[in-house]
Ligand binder design. Structure first.
Ligand code: PMP
Length: 436
């Protein structure tokens, strides 16, 4: 007999902490049993009980083409047949770097790593090595992976140094991070006024999407960079989530054609750049990037960096993602977010749609019905309305991110059938949210 999700979760919990290899998968914020997935194709995922769901998680972002796209699977299969890992340079790594550099002007050099956490951790070390300074500025509600200095929580008041955001993070390391409210240039000015000559870098999500979606206010990225540069600091624009998803050139690409065009010193990528395999990257100004070993004094390395099978998936994904893919992502995002919003309105659930390109999420409650611009705003919402909404959708065969503080991810494979299944599930889910 095939085991149930409940049985699989019980077994997993005896072998793996919490039964999961990354915490959000445990359904802690929505309750219930996580689905154990066994396959995925196009816009669908299938669990161990044989149940199919329309998927709006997309592997947390990478699957822009849909799951198991034949072009990507073909490239991976071909690469795997030639050997899994060489620990030596391959022509494909240069090809991937060139693909990124052609699309994204500020990326003059690119180094491949395996996870977004490694990319941001290495970019911060590089910024510190380049500037000879120690302090890092980040924004409340932004996620950049789980390295020590980035798991820092705002202390009380503006421009105070942070407290550890996790057990195991030394207070002395957290104290090198300043946590500021997002979209608040006055807070940035105050931080530079007080600590400017100690600040190595500001790290910022190009458009925030790890507290739900909170786009930057017009001109925020540009002015942030001007302020940093006026103080001799670098800016690391983190596009691990937005890169190659919101446009072929990520969030940078969306703003590059506007009066708010900006040029970060360093950028980080993950998710789509690996097409579902472990590839991430840091890139940027040649003079900064060439401080990395072996050219410069900033050490960074990886046994699996530029892994040939993973890189093959990334190249195939980026090559397949043409304008029609981005049109489809935009269209589906608009259709799905409009349908969710209409269903919530029909049940009298006050809410706002938060959007950044094809990324979107919802905040619930009268207090936030005109939208939010920072983490304090996100936290003001009636978050309790999400769990019943999520479970009603799951029961109807639609898999949403298992937390209200996550973006929803569409794929170019979400066709009318898949979208129809989402739309059909919405009235009952909106009723559940209304009666929460
Ligand atoms: N930066 C951002 C903006 C992210 O969204 C994430 C992951 N969600 C990371 C960094 C960390 O990437 P990884 O999970 O691959 O370590």
């Amino acid at each position: 007999m095939t085991p149930t999700n409940d049985e699989l979760f019980a077994r997993a919990q005896a072998a793996i902490p919490g039964g999961v290899n990354s915490p959000v998968r445990a359904f802690r914020s929505v309750g219930g049993t996580p689905r154990f997935l066994v396959s995925a194709r196009g816009p669908y995922v299938t669990d161990a009980e044989g149940r199919e769901y329309v998927d709006l998680v997309a592997g947390w972002g990478p699957a822009i083409l849909g799951h198991a796209d034949p072009r990507v699977i073909g490239a991976v299969t071909d690469a795997a047949a030639r050997g899994l890992s060489f620990g030596s340079s391959t022509p494909a790594e240069t090809e991937l770097a060139e693909l990124v550099e052609q699309r994204i002007g500020p990326v003059e050099r690119l180094r491949l790593v395996s996870t977004g956490t490694e990319a941001t951790m290495s970019a911060i070390r590089l910024a510190r090595g380049f500037t000879g300074r120690d302090v890092l500025v980040k924004f409340a509600g932004h996620y950049h992976g789980h390295s020590d200095g980035l798991l820092a929580e705002a202390g009380s008041g503006l421009a105070t140094f942070a407290l550890p955001g996790s057990a195991g993070v030394p207070a002395d390391i957290a104290a090198l991070t300043l946590v500021l409210p997002y979209n608040d240039l006055d807070a940035v000015r105050a931080a530079f006024a007080e600590h400017g000559d100690r600040i190595a870098a500001v790290i910022v999500e190009a458009a925030a999407a790890n507290m739900g979606v909170v786009p930057p206010l017009p001109g925020f990225n540009r002015e942030l960079i001007e302020l940093a540069h006026a103080n001799g600091s670098l800016v690391i624009s983190d596009e691990v989530l937005t890169g190659f998803r919101v446009s072929a050139a990520g969030w940078w690409g969306l703003e590059s054609t506007t009066e708010y065009a900006y040029t970060p010193d360093l950028m980080t990528f993950g998710k789509v750049i690996g097409g579902g395999m472990p590839v991430a990257a840091l890139g940027g100004r040649a003079d900064v990037m060439e401080q990395l070993a072996p050219l410069g004094p900033v050490y960074q390395a990886g046994t699996l960096s530029g892994n040939p099978v993973a890189v093959a998936a990334g190249i195939a994904t980026l090559r397949a993602a043409d304008a029609s893919v981005y049109d489809a992502l935009d269209r589906t995002a608009a259709t799905v977010s409009d349908a969710v919003s209409a269903a919530l309105s029909a049940e009298g659930v006050a809410h706002a749609v938060q959007r950044a390109g094809s990324l979107f999420s919802f905040v619930f409650g009268d207090d936030v019905a005109s939208g939010v611009t920072d983490y304090a705003g996100v936290q003001r919402q009636e978050a309790f309305r999400y769990a019943p909404f999520f479970h009603a959708m799951l029961d109807a065969g639609v898999s949403l991110p298992p937390s209200v503080f996550e973006a929803w991810f569409v794929t170019a494979a979400h066709d009318d059938t898949a979208i129809g299944r989402i739309v059909d599930a919405l009235p009952a889910a909106a009723r559940a949210a209304a009666s929460a």
